[in-house]
Design a protein around this ligand. Sequence first.
Ligand code: DHE
Length: 454
Amino acid sequence: MPDWGKQGVLTQAQAETMAKFLQQEPPAPPEMSLEQMKETWKVTIAPEMRPTEPQHSRDWEDFFAVTLRDSGEVAIIDGDTYEVVNTVKTGYAVHISRMSATGRYVYVIGRDGRASIIDLWLEKPEVVAEVKTCYDARSIEGSKYKGPEGDFSDKYAIVGCYWPPHFVILDGQTLEPFKIVSTRSYTYDTEEYHPEPRVAAIVASHYKPEWIVNVKETGQVWLVDYTDPIAPSIKMLEAERFLHDGGWDASRRYFLVAANQANKVAVVDAKEGKMAALVETDKIPHPGRGANWIDPEFGPVWSTAHLGDASLVAIGTDPEGHPDSAWKVVRNVPVLGGGSLFVKSHPNSPWIWVDHGLNPDEKVQRSVCVIAKADPTKTEKCWEVADYGRAVHFEYNREGTEVWVSVWGRADQPGKTGEIVVYDDKTLAEVARIPNLVTPTGKFNVYNTVHDVY
Ligand code: DHE
C-alpha cells in the first residue's frame, strides 16, 4: 500500500473510508449468457454483400494490423508504403489481432471482450461485424485446418475470456456466437476446484481441426476439436501453472507455452495430442509467440526471453534430428536487463530480436538488442529506438527483410504518443518511421500471422 497519508494524497478520514471499502466483500461479477452476447452482435456488412475480390490494388497480404492500445483502435498499415490505410474502432484497450486462415479477415479482441472482424478486401478495410462475448478477454483465433477432415478456413472463430471464465465459439465470417464452454474446473496437479480459471493463449492447429486452449490457473491445455462445434470434444492435458503466452516451433507440430508461475515452458505435441515436455527456464518466461531459428550447434530451437531475468534462452525443438538437445535449454544468452516482453525472428533473418519493455530503467525500456544466429553466445548490438516511451514487440514484413518495432508512448503526451520504427533486417539501418500513432504495441503481418512465421 503506498504511503498516501504521509504524501498528503489522502486525509485521515479519506484513508479510513478507503480502508473500509477495501474490507468489503466484493460482489460477484456478472455471468454472460448467449442471449446477452447476441444482443451486442452487429453485422454491418453481411458476407453476401462483401466483395468477391479485393477492391484495391494494394498487397493486402503484406498489411499489418497494429494495436493502438489506449485509443481502442487498430491501424491497418500497408507494409510496402507504410501508409495507414485505415484506423478502425475496436474494443477497449484492444489487445491482439489474429488472421483468418485465408488472411482476408483480421480478428481483433479488446480487453472488454469485444471481438471485431475486419475485412481487408474492402476498398478501405473496415469492421464488418462485432460482438461482446465477455467482460474481460485476451485471446482470439480463427479455424485454420484444411485437409482430409474438411476445409475449415475462415469457418469459425474462438474468443478466450478472463471473465466470465469461458471460451466462446463463433461463426468465422459474421461472429455470431453459438457455443459457450466454461473453463471452471480442477487444478491439474492437486485436483482442487478453481472458480475462475482464465483463458490465456489460443492457437489453431495445422494438424487437426483443433484449437489449443490454455487454461491459466488450472494449468491445463485443452485440445478442442471443432469438427462438430456444437458438441466439441475436448482433451484435457496436464501442463503447468500459470499458462500465459506461446507459439509454434518451426515445424508447427509443437506448441510451446510459458507457465510463468512455475518458470517453465510446457510443450504440447499437436500431432499426437499429448504433452511432449516441461522445460525449466529462467524467471517468468514471456515469449509472445517466441522465435524459431537454427542454432549452428544444436539445430532447430525456439526462444523466449524473461520478465524476471536478463536472459534469452533457446530450447531444442527437433527430437528426431537432434535428440540430445530436444526440450532442453541449449543456450542462455544475457540481454540488457529483465522486463523482456517479446522476441522475434524470421527464417530469412540473421538475427533474433529482443525487447525490454517492462524494465524499470527508462533507457533499457526503450532499447532493443539483436543476437546473431551465427554466434548466439552474446548480444551483437543493442540500441535505443527512440528518446521516449518503451520499445515493444517486433514483426517482420512478408519477405522477412524488414522489422517493425513499436515505440509505446503515452496517449496524454502530444508528440510522444508513439510511432513505429522500421529497420532493414540485414543492415539494421533505420528505413522509416510511421509517426503519430497512439500507443502502438502489437503488430501482426497478414502473411506471417496466417502461416505462423516467427
Ligand atoms: Fe498481453 C499476448 C495476457 C498485458 C501485449 N497477452 C497475450 C496473451 C495473453 C496475454 C494471454 C496470449 C494471447 C494469444 O496468443 O492467444 N497481457 C495479458 C495479460 O493478462 C496482461 C499481463 C495484463 C493485462 O492487463 O492485460 C497483458 N499485453 C499486455 C500489455 O500491457 C502489452 C505489453 C501491451 C498491450 O498492447 O496491451 C501486451 N500481449 C500483448 C501482445 C501479445 C500479447 C502484443 C501478442 C504477441 C504476439 O506476437 O502474438
